[in-house]
Design a protein around this ligand. Structure first.
Ligand code: ATP
Length: 418
């Protein structure tokens, strides 16, 4: 990457409504004597050549003042949230029928009472201090939006150099990982996502933190939802095999549970959801531990069900070495696509035959009846629950005998008439 100190030309090439909005924010901040900067992921990604329109703006020094000014001066701009404790606000711009959310935050510093605690936040009038509360140098770049310096990059910690050298390096802060251990998951996420290396000192800090034992089974002690968010990002990456590998190599897995073991084989392919990867990883540990992890990660009932129903189906499959089509049909028919994805991977893992599941997906699940509920009503069956039950029975018969004609199906249905 060549030396870039101003990205006005890059910003001019993003979506024109977003660009307009950034210039307006800059003009209005100047009018009220505030300095506004674009920060975080959008700056990083634009410099890397990726699209990212998640606008995070830091205001030196008062975001609330800028939020008020934007709302009063820009037509159709509304306040969607304001958090006085964190000195942040969210406004929504309506431009050309598009709703564009913008996060505003005052320049601030943070202190942590214990690892993983929510920080207590203090306002500061120093942009540099705000950039120093962030995690990695590549995430601590700011871009001025003020008209006179529009596009100028503020790089207090060498983020541009690290982008160029493909390094994940923490901003100067000895307590970076102890203050907020989720940053360790973020480190391995960005390293995996961009195929960057974790810089030596950062790696040493991470290793020191993870081998201290302080963060073992962390989700039992702190709010697991923040860990869950980061795990979800990590395991949703396309290069999931690499994500799983670094998750274990870096020992970051110990935050979730020290009982986890790196799976022998990495079969979780691209494009599957994070739940598939998580299920694969927790598959080998005992039920109680699995439940504890899912609960401590504050997973939703639906997410837990996706995993547990796959585990239960896997048990039944293991007990039945030669399952026929009907058995597989009954086992899989109520399962979500994600549960079936999990089951496919677990089956491969225990070297059981995966073909019954493919058979179900490619054939059995597509078998349809010629007859409909209307045919049964014509036979004198009153409309209601019984119709569905009989159609199910006929379908089961057809799964055993896919060549059934319409007449065969009607005959089969008659068997179930009272
Ligand atoms: P992505 O959009 O790929 O998730 P991001 O960097 O935008 O990446 P966000 O979670 O939206 O991620 O955070 C925005 C910015 O806020 C980051 O770039 C970073 O500067 C800062 N940040 C976010 N989380 C943390 C954290 N746990 N510790 C320190 N700084 C953080």
């Amino acid at each position: 990457m060549e030396e870039v100190r101003n990205i006005k030309n890059i910003l001019e090439n993003i979506d024109k409504d977003h660009f307009y909005l950034l210039t307006e924010v800059g003009k209005i901040s100047k009018e009220i004597n505030q300095k506004s900067y674009l920060v975080g992921g959008m700056v990083r990604d634009l410099l890397l050549g990726f699209d990212n329109l998640d606008i995070d703006i830091v205001v030196e020094d008062n975001a609330a003042l800028l939020a008020d000014a934007l709302i009063s001066k820009i037509p159709n701009c509304e306040l969607s949230a304001k958090h006085d404790r964190f000195h942040t606000a969210k406004v929504i711009f309506n431009i050309n029928g598009k709703k564009i959310p913008v996060d505003l935050a005052s320049t601030r510093t943070e202190t942590y009472e214990f690892p993983g605690a929510l920080p207590s936040v203090q306002r500061t009038n120093s942009l540099k201090e705000d950039l120093n509360r962030r995690d990695f140098t590549i995430n601590a770049l700011a871009v001025s939006l003020l008209p006179d310096s529009f596009g100028n990059i503020v790089d207090s910690f060498g983020g541009l150099e690290d982008l160029k050298n493909k390094k994940i390096k923490v901003v100067p802060n000895e307590n970076i990982f102890t203050d907020d251990p989720t940053r360790m998951i973020r480190a391995i996420r960005f390293a995996t996502k961009f195929n960057f290396e974790i810089e030596e000192k950062t790696k040493a800090l991470l290793e020191k933190a993870m081998s201290s034992g302080k963060f073992d089974n962390l989700i039992e002690k702190i709010r697991g939802d923040r860990v869950k968010i980061e795990i979800r990002y990590l395991f949703n990456l396309p290069n999931i095999e690499q994500a799983i590998k670094i998750f274990f190599e870096s020992k970051v897995y110990r935050m979730v549970s020290t009982k986890l073991m790196e799976p022998e084989s990495r079969r979780v392919r691209e494009s599957e959801s994070w739940l598939v990867a998580l299920a694969f990883i927790i598959n080998k540990i005992n039920n109680n531990e699995q439940e504890k992890i899912m609960k401590n990660l504050q997973m939703t009932g639906d997410e837990i069900k996706i995993i547990t129903s796959a585990f239960n189906a896997n048990k039944l499959l293991l007990e039945n070495k030669n399952p026929d089509s009907l058995f597989i049909y009954k086992l899989l028919k109520g399962l979500s696509n994600q549960s079936i994805e999990i089951l496919k991977i677990l089956c491969k893992d225990v070297a059981c035959n995966v073909s019954p599941i493919d058979e179900y997906l490619n054939n059995t699940s597509k078998i349809k009846l010629h007859i409909t509920g209307q045919d049964l009503i014509s036979m004198g069956i009153p409309s209601g629950k019984q119709i569905g039950e009989i159609l199910d029975k006929v379908l089961e018969a057809k799964i055993n005998n896919p060549n059934m004609t319409k007449d065969d199906e009607l005959k089969e249905a008659k068997k179930f008439l009272l």
